[in-house]
Design a protein around this ligand. Structure first.
Ligand code: PLA
Length: 427
C-alpha cells in the first residue's frame, strides 16, 4: 500500500513531507528544497568567520576562550590524552556507550554516594553531548508516552524547540524570565506549574540558565520541587553547564539533588562540552531514574534501541578522556581547579564590562551583568541594537541580546563596552 500523508504505521502517526508530483520530481529531484533558516546561534559564528575586519569580536556561541581570545584545551584533558594515546583499541563502544564514563557521569549528577546508583535504579547511556542526550530523551518520550507534551521555559536555548519539534512532541511554554526586573518570574513560573495538567513533562535548566543567566534560588527550587510533587510532573534537567555557574560542579547540581531528596523520578542530560572544553568530542550522558533495577534495565535497552538506527554507538575518544579524568583523583582535582578558573575568569569579565559601561557614563543600569551567572549575559539589548553592534562595530552575538561572556577578554572588553554604550544611549 502506498503511504499517504499522515499514514498510520504500526499504530503511530508518521511524519510525511509534502508530496512532490512525480513529473516535477523527474525534472528536478530537489528543486522544491528551499534554503533552511540560519541557526540563531551557529549562524552567528558563520557570519563572524566571513567578516574580514581585524576588530571583529565573537560573543555569539558559548565557547570558552582564554584571556587572549584563544580556544582552550584544559590541562587535565591534555594529560588524559597522553594517557589514552597508548590505547590500541579503536573498536566500537557498546550501543549505550562507555560503562565507565556513564558511571562517572552519574556520580557527578546524582552524587558520589547516591543510593540510586547503589540500587541500580538509573537507566543511563552515553549520548552525543548535551544535544544528543536531549534528543534521545525526546524520542523516548514520544515512543513510550506518545500523548505527552513538554513544557519549555520562556526563553530557552533555541535548539530545545527544534529538538522536541523533530521528535514530534507537542510543546507548551512556561514563564521563567521577568524582563522588567531582569530576574526570575517566580510567581509566573509557579502559576504555570500549577495550571499544567497533572503529570506533565517539564524541561528545567539545572544551572546557569541559557540565555538569561538567571537561576532559581535554593529556596525557590525547593518550592518548585514541592509543587512538582503535588502535580506529579516529571522534571527533565538539561545540565549543560555543571561547574560554570558557581565554579563548583557539586554546588551546581543542587537543584537536581533537591528533586532527588524529594523523591522525584527525574531525567538528566549532561554535557562535557563546556565544563571539560570537549565541545567537538560530543561527550555527554542521558540518565533516567526509574522505579527499580528491572525497570532501569528495560529503559536502558530501549534507549539503546533508539540510538542504534540513528548512529549505532557513540564516539570513543571523548568518553575515554572523560572517564580517565573523573576516575583519577589527581586528574579530577586538576579538572575542578580548571573549571573554577574558567568560571572565575567569566565573573571577572562581568565586573569589567559593567565597570567600563559605568565609566563611559551610561545612564542605564547594568547591575544584571554581575547578578547573572554562567556563560551568558542577557543584556536586554534589542535586536535592532544588536544589528547595529554587528554592522557598525563587527561585534557578533545572537539577536536576543545574549552576550557570551566566555568570549570577552581584557583585550576586547573596553571596545565591547564602548560599542554597547553607543547603541544603547538615549538620543
Ligand atoms: N543545552 C543547553 C542549555 C545549551 O546551552 C547547549 C549548548 C546544549 C544543551 C548543547 O551542548 P552540546 O550538545 O554541545 O553538549 N549551547 C551553546 C552551543 C553553547 C549551541 O548552541 O549549540 C550555545 O551557544 O548556546
Amino acid at each position: 500500500m502506498a503511504m499517504s500523508s499522515g499514514a498510520v504505521v504500526g499504530g503511530q502517526r508518521r511524519w510525511r513531507p509534502a508530496l512532490v508530483p512525480a513529473a516535477r520530481a523527474m525534472a528536478s529531484w530537489f528543486g522544491h528544497v528551499e534554503p533552511a533558516a540560519k541557526d540563531p546561534i551557529l549562524g552567528v559564528t558563520e557570519a563572524f568567520l566571513a567578516d574580514p575586519s581585524p576588530d571583529k569580536v565573537n560573543v555569539g556561541v558559548g565557547a570558552y576562550r582564554d584571556d587572549n581570545g584563544r580556544p582552550v584545551v584544559l590541562e587535565c584533558v591534555r594529560e588524559a590524552e597522553r594517557r589514552v594515546a597508548g590505547n590500541a583499541n579503536m573498536e566500537y563502544l557498546p550501543m549505550g556507550g562507555s560503562v565507565k564514563m556513564i558511571e562517572e557521569s552519574l556520580k557527578l549528577s546524582y552524587g558520589e554516594d547516591s543510593e540510586f546508583i547503589r540500587d541500580k535504579r538509573i537507566a543511563a547511556v552515553q549520548a552525543l553531548s548535551g544535544t544528543g542526550a536531549c534528543r534521545l530523551f525526546a524520542d523516548f518520550q514520544k515512543r513510550f508516552l506518545p500523548d505527552s507534551q513538554i513544557y519549555i521555559p520562556t526563553p530557552t536555548w533555541a535548539n530545545h524547540h527544534n529538538i522536541w519539534r523533530d521528535a514530534r512532541v507537542p510543546q507548551r511554554t512556561f514563564s521563567y524570565y521577568h524582563p522588567e526586573s531582569r530576574g526570575l518570574d517566580f510567581a509566573g513560573l509557579m502559576d504555570d506549574v500549577k495550571n499544567a495538567p497533572d503529570g506533565s513533562f517539564f524541561l528545567l535548566h539545572a544551572c546557569a540558565h541559557n540565555p538569561t543567566g538567571v537561576d532559581p534560588s535554593e529556596e525557590q527550587w525547593r518550592e518548585i520541587s514541592f509543587q512538582f510533587k503535588a502535580k506529579k510532573h516529571f522534571p527533565f534537567f538539561d545540565m549543560a553547564y555543571q561547574g560554570f555557574a558557581s565554579g563548583d560542579p557539586e554546588r551546581d547540581a543542587k537543584a537536581i539533588r533537591i528533586f532527588l531528596e524529594d523523591g522525584h523520578q527525574i531525567g538528566c542530560a549532561q554535557s562535557y562540552a563546556k565544563n571539560m572544553g570537549l565541545y567537538g568530542q560530543r561527550a555527554g550522558c542521558l540518565s533516567i531514574l526509574c522505579d527499580d533495577e528491572m525497570q532501569a534495565v528495560a529503559v536502558k535497552s530501549q534507549l539503546q534501541q533508539i540510538a542504534r538506527p540513528m548512529y549505532s554507538n557513540p564516539p570513543l575518544h571523548g568518553a575515554l578522556i572523560v572517564s580517565t579524568i573523573l576516575s583519577d583523583p589527581e586528574l579530577k582535582n586538576l579538572w575542578l581547579k580548571e573549571v573554577k578558573g574558567m568560571a572565575d575568569r567569566i565573573i571577572g569579565m562581568r565586573k569589567a564590562l559593567k565597570e567600563n559601561l559605568e565609566r563611559l557614563g551610561s545612564p542605564l543600569s547594568w547591575e544584571h551583568i554581575t547578578n547573572q551567572i554562567g556563560m551568558f549575559c542577557y543584556s536586554g539589548m534589542t535586536p535592532e541594537q544588536v544589528d547595529r553592534l554587528t554592522s557598525e562595530f563587527h561585534i557578533y552575538m545572537t539577536r536576543n541580546g545574549r552576550i557570551s561572556m566566555a568570549g570577552v577578554t581584557t583585550g576586547n572588553v573596553a571596545y565591547l563596552a564602548n560599542a554597547i554604550h553607543e547603541v544603547t544611549k538615549p538620543n
